[in-house]
Design a protein around this ligand. Structure first.
Ligand code: ADP
Ligand code: MG
Length: 382
């Protein structure tokens, strides 16, 4: 999917309010009824009618006709917009450049801050399978009735963020212990995580090629032992990468050093299938992997707020993706009583206000959102 940043500048405050209302409504509705959008946004009926039209025209939401009622869904474009708006509001990013990667379940863009420093924005794109199958299996969603691509993509970003933060903390933590050896041992070669919003992660740009594209490695023996070393150190800290392959290992252009990326499928070494995951990543290093760890990355990840429950939700999702590859998503809805609806709105608003930059009644003044699109220099490799 193409990110069209030019549109982002022209979202008015009322449009933003409606867009956010669709996002809030999506937490419990696959298709958000117009009446709910009106209710959450607090705007007039007629006004909302026009605003949904203009948002739909720009593909930030899409109209869905349903057996029971007509309604709207947030699109990936709309969700991207909300995430980037949050990042730009806190000055983490300022402009969007070229797309440098398209993964099965993510899009990668070069972005820049106000000073023009390049970074990487990873937008997670989960949810191309039916959620009904997952929902039938388990009750873990609690009140959140419509587990959606939004929710799963956000969980993936949050998980990746938690792991990257934990790795980063291990890289800097030992500096304070004055033990150089430990510093070196725990200096995980991963991009520095910078910020996280919704389904996105902002991180350091690594000037590198994926190992997959490198036709000739200068010193294969050295690279091999470095890669083994990284995987063992991850395991000693309690983690298994889970997708350790030539697409997720970048080779720095300048030094030839490896940098490991792509963490949403990481598992703890205490996971019941840890051995299987580990063996899949690399064979015959299990003994080192189960050595008594000095630090526990997996424990830190949990302490960071990405808990077992979230981990389980995402894991089950990923497993079910494997099971039903290529199955297209189904649309359905559930009717609710008016009382349930208003409780729900309160709950959603509360959640969103606590966790995000969400809009109370005083949204932004003025019309447009300050997101510039002066494209930064093209990516350094291609
Ligand atoms: P996916 O989960 O879709 O596989 P990845 O995180 O593996 O996404 O990223 C896909 C591609 O984007 C990588 O192979 C790499 O070429 C590029 N990429 C990702 N993160 C960075 C980064 N921090 N610096 C430079 N390139 C990156
Ligand atoms: Mg990858």
């Amino acid at each position: 999917m193409k990110l069209d940043a030019t549109d982002l500048r022209y979202v008015t405050s009322d449009e933003f309010r409606v867009l956010t209302a669709v996002e809030m409504g999506s937490k419990n509705h696959e298709i958000v009824p117009l009446s709910l959008i009106v209710q959450i946004s607090g705007l007039r009926n007629g006004g909302v009618n026009k605003l949904v039209g203009s948002l739909a025209k720009r593909n930030l939401i899409s109209k869905v006709q349903n057996a029971k009622y007509d309604g709207y869904r947030l699109t990936y474009g709309g969700y991207d917009y909300l995430a980037m708006r949050a990042l730009s509001k806190r000055d983490a990013m300022h402009s969007v450049g070229n797309q440098i990667g398209v993964g099965k379940e993510s899009d990668i863009y070069i972005v820049a801050d106000a000073e023009g420093n390049e970074m990487v924005l990873k937008l997670h794109r989960l949810g191309r399978v039916s959620f009904r199958a997952i929902k039938e299996k388990r009750d873990y969603l609690g009140k959140r009735k419509s587990a959606s691509w939004m929710y799963m993509s956000r969980l993936a970003a949050q998980k990746e963020w938690a792991f990257m933060k934990a790795c980063l903390m291990f890289s800097i933590l030992p500096q304070f212990t004055e033990v150089e050896k430990i510093l070196h041992e725990h200096n995980f070669p991963v991009p520095r995580p910078i910020d996280q919003a919704r389904h996105t992660i902002l991180m350091e740009f690594i000037d590198a090629y994926p190992l997959r594209q490198v036709s000739e490695v200068v010193n294969p023996g050295k690279l091999y032992s470095e890669l083994m070393d990284v995987i063992v150190r991850f395991a000693q800290a309690g983690l298994i990468h889970g997708d350790y392959n030539e697409f997720n290992i970048l080779i720095r252009r300048t030094t030839g050093e490896p940098v490991v990326i792509d963490f949403p499928q990481m598992v703890s070494t205490s996971h019941e299938n840890a051995e299987w995951y580990f063996n899949r990543d690399v064979e015959k290093v299990l003994e080192e992997g189960t050595a008594e760890p000095g630090f526990k990355l997996d424990v830190m990840v949990e302490a960071s707020g990405f808990g077992r429950k979230e981990m389980q939700v995402l894991e089950e999702y990923m497993e079910s993706v494997k099971e039903q590859e290529e199955q297209s998503s189904e649309v359905y809805s559930e009717e609710e009583s008016e009382e349930e609806k208003s409780e729900e709105i309160e709950q959603i608003q509360q959640e969103t206000i606590e966790s995000e930059d969400m809009p109370s009644t005083n949204l932004e003044e003025g019309g447009s959102v300050p997101m510039t699109v002066d494209a930064p220099a093209p990516p350094k490799y291609q």
